[in-house]
Design a protein around this ligand. Structure first.
Ligand SMILES: [Zn+2]
Length: 419
């Protein structure tokens, strides 16, 4: 497979550190509110990437962090008169519910920032020992002047960079906080430098180092995270042991836009996943998202969604009779997915496969894309698949096998992946 990396600014063949295995980290949500369609786009894309790589036989460890300590959480909890943990647990559950509703289930492990405080403190301590971080009366800061690869990912001139908060105690206004000293209520911890809480960027590298080590394969997230967040992650991790690059494939999803503007909480132009799912089902939402290449901007419009619904209906309407394998169509699908996850091309291949009546391919590729392309008995079937997967996860193989037998007898093919 080939993937575009923001770091090299080219499409590169995917060569992982351990052949056959892929370590994938994607920045998760800050759990203070409902997620919106912009988030849905990013997480659908990485869900498809992980599922496709697994389909090709690779073992994918897909790690996502949950940012549950943050200014926004502190402020929102105060507004609502509830504890930070109550707020964070509530919106973490809402996030996971939204992901499930969207058919996003490829993540191997969700890691909360607040359950990795010892790892975070350990990393900050090591950065101070390496003399790339310093302590002031307001916190611990990373000294960007010490990092030679600074700016490589975003390609921005350092002069253009403006730190949001100027703090007189910092050596350089661009230095970012690793640890913020102070009392922040419930989420405040003791540290060698005094009570406080972690900065945002250190959470990701503490978590990724714990599960993947100092180098891993793919780091994903929205385009808006490149600077400063991902640059900061690189500076932290690469300064620890000098291993470069921390990640070879930096994969960034383009913006979801509304009337030309990025959908965001701060602009107030967002549609929550919850609300979108009232108007459109998950198959239509995923089809709509995947009709655009993940790096292109995607305009969220009612017309666009209505057209996606029509396109999907059309596929279901023509894919009724099983006419066997369509080798050309299958090749086209795989080729598209191999080419930097070109889902618009892959969906064109799906249309062809629908036309030629390759129902088996539509079913299998539908699982990769998380879209049900077949009309017949689709809902009860997917429920049966889900129940079987759950039974197998609970090692109730006898019941799972019985369901399988009956399904096969009814002419439904099932390809179980090994557990
Ligand atoms: Zn992150």
């Amino acid at each position: 497979m080939e993937l575009y990396s923001t770091l090299s600014r080219t499409v590169e063949p995917l060569e992982t550190l351990h052949p056959g295995r892929v370590a994938l980290f994607v920045c998760g949500p800050t759990v203070y509110d409902y997620s919106h369609l912009g988030h849905a786009r990013t997480y659908v894309v990485f869900d498809v990437l992980a599922k496709y790589l697994r389909w090709t036989g690779k073992e994918v460890f897909y790690l996502q962090n949950i940012t549950d300590v943050d200014d926004k959480i502190i402020n929102r909890a105060k507004e609502d008169g509830i504890s930070q943990s109550t707020l964070a647990r509530r919106f973490e559950a809402e996030y996971l519910r939204d992901m499930k509703s969207l058919g996003i289930d490829a993540v191997s492990y969700y890691a909360r920032a607040t359950t990795h405080i010892p790892e975070i403190i350990g990393q900050v301590r090591r950065l101070i020992e390496k003399e790339v971080a310093y302590v002031t009366e307001s916190g611990v800061y990373f000294n960007l002047d010490t990092f030679e690869h600074n700016g490589e990912l975003s390609g921005q001139e350092r002069a253009l960079r403006v730190s949001r908060v100027t703090d007189a105690t910092k050596h350089n206004p661009l230095d970012f906080a690793l640890w913020k000293l102070g009392e922040y209520g419930e989420y405040t911890w003791d540290s060698p430098w005094g009570r406080g809480r972690p900065g945002w960027h250190i959470e990701d590298t503490a978590i990724s180092e714990k599960y993947f080590g100092q180098q891993y394969d793919i780091h994903g997230g929205g385009l808006d995270l490149i600077f400063p967040h991902h640059e900061a992650e690189i500076a932290q991790m690469e300064s620890l042991e000098g291993k470069h690059p921390m990640v070879r494939y930096w994969v960034h999803t383009g913006f979801l836009t509304v009337k030309g503007e990025k959908m965001s909480k701060s602009l107030g132009n967002f549609i929550t996943i919850r609300d979108a799912l009232k108007a459109w089902n998950k198959d239509v939402l995923r089809y709509f998202i995947l009709l655009s290449h993940y790096r292109s901007p995607l305009q969220a419009t009612d017309d666009g969604l209505a057209n996606a619904a029509k396109g999907l209906d059309h596929i279901r309407a023509i894919a009724t009779q099983d006419k066997g394998a369509d080798a050309e169509g299958r090749k086209a699908f795989v080729k598209a997915m191999e080419s930097d996850l070109n889902t618009p091309m892959a969906l064109a291949a799906i249309q062809k496969l629908a036309g030629s009546g390759d129902l088996e391919a539509l079913r299998g590729y539908g699982e990769i894309l998380g879209i049900n392309f077949l009309k017949e008995t689709s809902a009860p079937l997917s429920v049966l698949h889900e129940i079987r997967a759950e039974l197998r996860a609970q090692k109730q193989f006898a019941v799972a096998d019985l369901i399988r037998e009956r399904m096969v007898a009814a002419g439904i093919t099932i390809a179980d992946k090994p557990l």
